[in-house]
Design a protein around this ligand. Structure first.
Ligand code: JHZ
Length: 397
């Protein structure tokens, strides 16, 4: 589907400001390197009425989040820690007792399991089959389906209202965010709270994070556009804060009938077309500079570090395939033995890498974990291995 109206306000004043060409599905790591994968256009639009940023080509859910979906939250150490701390905070902040806690996009249960083990009545909802099965193996109650307003009615009828709803990194992924949020409003108890976290558009623009743009991410929110969407379905902001994931995220607490809701004074720069117009030039500059560093570095062997979803955009946009990058190392069992989408670079495990020897340079595809990865590598890698960090501006460390 090609988007021609804004999913937030319905306007047709959509301005295309980023064109990354065509790209395969970011999390569709393939088993056969000879396979010809479907490619889809990757372009971003900004609504000139409400400034919601959205993807132009919308790929159906069944193609994006099927049984082969390979993103498992708990395979990444920093995510496991983030979820543990996140849960600990919510468990102390909210006294839910026996009321229902629902996590939308519960993936393999790495966050929800903390509520379950603390005796909270909990339910996960996620469209991806593999991660849902992994969550069930932890004893969690999971519905495998995309969340929307119709499903919210069924869940409310079967389980009752939720005291706490957590929607972590999912509002970017949905087909219809207003319908999704209407579902949150419907399922939430009158005095319940919803905790919603999304990647922050401000950080994306300021930090040249064009690789966050892929087909799973259909929407990109600023604090103002997120507040606007919440208000449209009758939810208010009770709290807002900036968090670390994905190079910078926004976490809001939303509720119904809030006497003194949080107001947002978004910087005017996000509400002018010129901000968006200048992005493509910076993205092209990042690509050209990165390629210069890679080719002029004359490295004997370059490996990718982290078979991230965003690496699919980066590698395809920069035309970096197996002729330049020998392999990508990743900790996710579901990705090891497969090949990167579009660029067909083999993915190996850290154990396999340890056996075969380290490269002289890594292209850091999981640049959002720069600190933890460098600290971890100090303990294992040869000290001569260099790091090519692509975002926000390519550098060699
Ligand atoms: P990470 C995913 O994006 C996909 P990705 C999704 N679409 C989304 O929205 C965001 O998360 C939030 C590997 N890794 O978290 C493990 C190592 O191998 O940046 C994972 O394959 N070694 C749902 O994929 C991948 O990186 C390491 O030391 O861009 C996770 O990457 C570390 C730290 C990670 O998300």
């Amino acid at each position: 589907m090609i988007r021609d109206t804004c999913a937030g306000c319905g306007s047709m004043e959509l301005f295309r400001f980023l064109e990354l060409g065509s790209s395969p599905l970011a999390d569709n790591f393939i088993s056969d390197p000879a396979a010809v994968e479907p490619m889809y256009d990757l372009s971003l639009l900004v609504c000139e009425m409400c400034y919601l940023v959205q993807l132009e080509e919308v790929v159906p859910d069944e193609e994006l989040f099927n049984k082969d979906y390979t993103f498992y939250s708990s395979t990444s150490e920093p995510i496991r820690k983030y979820h543990k701390d996140y849960a600990a905070e919510l468990l102390t902040q909210f006294e839910q007792g026996q009321r229902l806690t629902v996590e939308i996009a519960s993936n393999d249960g790495s966050l929800l399991k903390h509520f379950h083990t603390n005796g909270w009545k909990s339910l996960g909802i996620d469209p991806a089959g593999g991660p849902s099965d992994a969550a069930r193996e932890l004893g969690l109650d999971i519905i495998t389906a995309p969340f929307n307003a119709a499903l919210a009615t069924d869940v409310r009828d079967d389980y009752g209202h939720a005291g706490l709803i957590i929607a972590n990194n999912v509002l970017a992924h949905v087909t219809d965010p207003l319908d999704f949020l209407a579902g949150v409003e419907r399922l939430l108890a009158p005095d319940g709270v919803a905790v919603i976290e999304v990647q922050n558009l401000d950080s994306l623009l300021v930090g040249n994070m064009f690789d966050h743009v892929y087909h799973e991410h259909r929407f990109y929110y600023s604090t103002a556009s997120l507040l606007d969407m919440l208000n449209r379905v009758g939810l208010d902001m009770v709290d807002i804060r900036y968090t670390e994931p994905q190079g910078g995220s926004i976490r809001v607490v939303a509720a119904k009938n809030v006497p003194h809701p949080v107001r947002v004074n978004q910087g005017a720069w996000l509400q002018q077309t010129s901000t968006y117009e200048s992005f493509q030039g910076r993205v092209n500059y990042v690509r050209n500079h990165l390629l210069r560093l890679i080719y002029e570095g004359r490295f004997r062997k370059i490996a990718g570090y982290g078979a991230t979803a965003k690496s699919t955009t980066l590698l395809n946009f920069c035309d970096l395939d197996e002729s330049v990058i020998d392999y990508v190392v990743d900790t996710t069992p579901a990705k090891v033995g497969k090949f990167t989408p579009g660029t067909h670079i083999p993915i190996i495990s850290p154990e396999q890498e340890q056996e075969q020897g380290y490269p002289d340079a890594y292209l850091l595809l999981a640049w959002n974990y720069l600190g933890p990865i460098l600290r971890k590598s100090d303990l294992t890698q040869q000290s001569s291995t260099r790091w090519i960090v692509p975002i926000p501006m390519p550098v060699i460390l």
